[in-house]
Ligand binder design. Sequence first.
Ligand code: NAD
Length: 301
Amino acid sequence: MLNLNLEGKLAIVAGVADDQGYGWAIAKALKKAGAKIIITTWPPALNILRMSLERGKLDTKLGPDYGDLTFEKIYPLDAMYDCMDDVPEDVRTNKRYVELGDFTIRGLRDSIEKDFGLNKIDIVVHSLANGPEVQKHLIDTSRAGYLAANSASAYSFVSMVRHMAPIMQKGGSFLALSYMAAERVVPGYGGGMSSAKAALESDTRVLSFEAGRRYQHRVNVISAGPLASRAAKSIGIIQNAINYSETNAPLTDTLTADDVANTAAFLCSDLSKGITGSTVYVDKGLHAMAIAVPSGYNENS
Ligand code: NAD
């Protein structure tokens, strides 16, 4: 029987703060496939995540025969910063950051090397994004807002590959999460977030070549359909995007986080070892459509 088996693999899922988003679902799928899981959480969300876990408020059930989702370690990570020298004073001294030690991407790399050793990580999933002006039209977005969106949501992936690739097991797998707004206009997805997703997809192709030749690692990105995660709800257009997809996509059933997570597990497994540099659509086929389905359309005649 063909087997999606991640036993013996150690995975980092970056960008988990609750059980509503893609990161949590991907952590569950990787765990069900046998991997051990490390997560990283944005410092402002860390306390609430820890408290929710302690109080049993998150859905850790993996289903019959699988037990519970547990983590080897939870690290703080603010993906805006590569090293502590980059961190502005007001962030360093902020009460949510001040006692966390090194919460940058280099800090994460150093902590993982210290705690787990060299060549122990096999999988890195980048499931995070942030655009402080996402609710503004692109045309009204400030330079600072545009650059912040691209720094947090796209450059952070470049930096994660640069820092993590050398300490990973050869043949490792990187995966990021993109959105159709990288390629087509999604009104309301502003603040430079569409630009960041376009960069993320382009960077995936270039990184796949460079990390492939240097380390034999693979780099892919999933272009995921809409999900009412915490981040997506804050943008304000998510229900409209879900309704549009369910009305107009080739497959009209609801896209679940598990649909994306199961594809993520495949892309992180040896079953996909011929796939790198790819944008893989997990969106019920919406990306294939050019115009909305006309009202009264009948699939049978
Ligand atoms: P989510 O809220 O579960 O995940 C976003 C995470 O990013 C949060 O945990 C947040 O704390 C973290 N984050 C924000 N700023 C950060 C920073 N500076 N450093 C580190 N972490 C930071 O929401 P989600 O929608 O599941 O998002 C996960 C990924 O999926 C994102 O890349 C998102 O763009 C992508 N995606 C989402 C949708 C959707 O409709 N929800 C569709 C396509 C792609």
